[in-house]
Ligand binder design. Structure first.
Ligand SMILES: Cc1cc2nc3c(=O)[nH]c(=O)nc-3n(C[C@H](O)[C@H](O)[C@H](O)COP(=O)(O)O)c2cc1C
Length: 361
């Protein structure tokens, strides 16, 4: 049976289809529970939430599904540039961005914003929730945390963007790895080399990792229909993870404008840029990034997005959507599905048909 893999066994799910987690306001309990209740693995990105908020989200999830689900956290980078960003760097940032803020009658933020969120607090809340699955990006989760999670029966997933990262993760207690290709929407979760130097395609990365490692591998990046999903499953992926296709459905937390763009021909052109958050991330091609990429310095994540937030708000009020970040993957097929259920069912039908064809061939 095409849908029985080592990964589906470990995750205790019927179909090897994962709704990728989204940070910020893009995840929703409705999206997670719809996917999990249909037999896939629904996910919720917790990167921007506090301990208390995580406990609330967890309790809402438990009311919405009794099926396995995944909670996602970002591991702090070992040598995070944010720790080296000092007052003089901030002054240089202000000088660069001042004319851009003034153009729309805004004054530049007077003080450097603080980052109140703390990974240990987030992790502690996740541990209290005893979720069936936890996924990490941007690095190797601390061994102690993995041990604690495993005591509760939690399955651990972590993401690699290069074979070197996969080899490192292979030597840890992580149960399942994600091969995240450069096509993927949102942030490029590299943690060993610079993200801009870790840009292998999903297919190439998956091939490399499968040839070298035994842990179950999830393919992620640029998957938007059953045909591509089947291609990776046939290659040996234990499951496929889709982000952008689920982001475009009614159930996700994305704005209506964002969803309409994902379902339009604007989504054909995407680009990787650091300009919006300070870390490399894939968005629909936009004029702010094109105009600024070559010329502007950027503050490290998460300062850049915090500092730009009044500017982005103003662009939104002015109706200058072409300057905003609309996160999206490089699509492998045109997105058409507006409901999570219809997307999920069509994936299953398309894959089932291809699997049957192969069996009959
Ligand atoms: C808006 C957005 C936010 C994302 N946030 C996260 C996140 O917080 N954690 C994570 O592990 N992956 C995150 N991702 C990656 C997705 O979970 C998924 O792996 C990726 O979107 C797959 O590629 P695709 O978009 O081409 O389908 C995000 C993706 C998008 C589009």
């Amino acid at each position: 049976m095409w849908n029985k893999t080592k990964a589906t066994q470990l995750l205790n799910i019927k179909y090897p289809i994962i709704q990728g987690p989204f940070g910020g306001s893009f995840s929703s309990v409705k999206l997670l529970s719809t996917v999990s209740n249909l037999g896939g693995l629904g996910s919720f990105g917790l990167n921007s939430f506090s301990h208390e908020q995580i406990l609330e989200i967890g309790s809402a999830i438990k009311k919405a599904t009794s099926k396995p689900y995944n909670l996602n956290l970002w591991v702090p980078l070992k040598s995070d540039p944010v720790h080296r960003f000092k007052e003089q760097d901030y002054n240089a940032w202000k000088d660069t961005y001042d004319p851009i803020f003034r153009e729309v009658d805004l004054s530049i933020p007077a003080a450097m914003p603080k980052n109140e969120l703390n990974f240990e607090d987030q992790l502690e809340a996740v541990l209290k929730l005893r979720p069936p699955v936890v996924s990490f990006i941007f690095g190797i989760p601390p061994l102690e945390a993995i041990k604690e999670l495993k005591k509760n029966g939690t399955t651990i997933i972590a993401a690699a963007t290069t074979i070197e990262e996969a080899l490192l993760l292979n030597d840890t207690e992580v149960d399942i790895m994600i091969a995240t290709g450069k096509e993927a929407g949102g942030h490029r979760p590299s943690f060993l080399n610079a993200a801009e130097n870790s840009l292998q395609s999903t297919e190439d990365l998956l091939k490399l990792i499968l040839a070298k490692l035994d842990k179950p591998i999830i393919a992620a990046g640029g998957i938007s229909n059953g045909e591509i999903a089947w291609k990776y499953l046939e290659m040996g992926a234990g499951a496929v993870q889709l982000g952008t296709a689920f982001l475009a459905t009614h159930e996700s937390g994305a704005t209506l404008e964002h969803k309409e763009l994902l379902l339009s021909k604007n989504s054909y052109s995407t680009e990787l840029s650091k300009i919006f958050t300070g870390r490399l991330a894939r968005t629909i091609t936009n004029s702010f990034s094109i105009d600024s990429l070559e010329k502007l310095i950027h503050a490290p994540y998460p300062l850049q997005s915090k500092l730009l937030s009044p500017l982005m708000k103003k662009y939104k009020e002015n109706g200058w959507g072409e300057k905003l970040a609309f996160w999206a993957g490089e699509p492998s097929a045109i997105l058409t599905k507006r409901s999570t259920e219809s997307l999920f069912e069509s994936l299953i039908q398309e894959i089932e048909l291809l699997a049957l064809k192969k069996k009959g061939a």
